[in-house]
Design a protein around this ligand. Structure first.
Ligand SMILES: Nc1ncnc2c1ncn2[C@@H]1O[C@H](COP(=O)(O)OP(=O)(O)OP(=O)(O)O)[C@@H](O)[C@H]1O
Length: 274
């Protein structure tokens, strides 16, 4: 399989607040790869550095060490002009469909924007909008309405359509279904899987929810305090994890059966005290 994204020994530090506080390193040398058409799930508890890694791939945070290659080319420290060019290949879907879409724009304008930014004509962009709406299961007339008129799940479909508009090779999905109810989550996940089958787009799928990640990912990487502690196939990581932190994460996932929930709580305590 062709490697699309290769992150090697990546370090990111954020400046301390005020001159007295030293910078704090939040990624300590992270390495991962994503093949063309593959989904890599990135899991870990809140604050482990998942979003920072996604933002580094998108060029939204400065890195302090290591490298990021896309299609064999280094993509760190690109000038704004080259970054804009790269936007054609790497897109993002954020968590919150309520704030990530401009409420003042018609959906057709939201979907046209990335196409126009890539130099496509207005006519050409308008012609693509109908196809994009259809692709994500929204009605044709959705283009003539404002994003604020839609439910969370529908808005996330608009966000996915916007990410797909310029046929990227990689989409960073940062908690892309976390704000949705369970049924809507499942539908949006199935949509992402279906789109991948058709377009061979790759996903870096960031989530704190192992159940969601297991559903969509080919491979899973587990982050803990700025390091990747385990990587493997989705099945191996979620059924027989080798790292104690991944075991904790799995045992922390809620289950419907109260007896199983109690069993897991005891297993978590045993792990912590072993
Ligand atoms: N802009 C910033 N300035 C300073 N520190 C930051 C900044 N953004 C994130 N951090 C810190 O970096 C660490 C990693 O945060 P990050 O958002 O990457 O984690 P995460 O795993 O995505 O968490 P969550 O699941 O809660 O979004 C945290 O300790 C956070 O407080």
């Amino acid at each position: 399989m062709t490697t699309l994204l290769a992150v090697r020994d990546l370090k990111v530090q954020y400046p301390g607040k005020g001159f007295r506080q030293p910078p704090s390193e939040v990624l300590h040398g992270v390495s991962l790869t994503i093949a063309a058409g593959e989904t890599l799930g990135l899991v870990g508890e809140s604050g482990s550095g998942k979003t920072t890694l996604g933002r580094a791939v998108l060029g939204l945070v400065e890195t302090s060490g290591g490298s990021i290659e896309f299609n064999g080319q280094p993509i760190q420290d690109l000038s704004a002009r080259y970054r804009r060019k790269l936007a054609k290949d790497i897109q993002v879907v954020f968590q919150d469909p309520y704030t990530s879409l401009n409420p003042a724009l018609l959906v057709s304008d939201i979907l046209s924007e990335p196409l126009l930014a890539q130099g496509r004509s207005r006519q050409d962009a308008a012609a693509s909008v109908a196809g994009l709406l259809d692709r994500v299961g929204l009605p044709k007339d959705a283009g003539n309405r404002y994003a604020r008129e839609f439910s969370g799940g529908q808005r996330q479909r608009v966000a996915i359509a916007r990410a797909l508009a310029i046929a990227p090779k990689l989409i960073v999905c940062d908690e892309a279904v976390s704000a949705l109810d369970l049924v809507t989550q499942a539908r949006v996940l199935d949509l992402l899987i279906e789109i991948q089958r058709e377009t061979k787009v790759a996903y870096l799928f960031i989530s704190h929810d192992l159940t969601v990640v297991r559903h969509i990912s080919h491979r899973v990487a587990v982050m803990y305090r700025g390091d990747i502690v385990e990587t493997g196939t989705a099945r191996d990581v979620t059924t027989s994890p080798s790292n104690p932190y991944t075991q904790q994460l799995l045992l922390a996932a809620p289950v419907a059966d109260p007896a199983e929930q109690t069993k897991r709580r005891h297993a978590r305590i045993a792990l912590r005290t072993s």
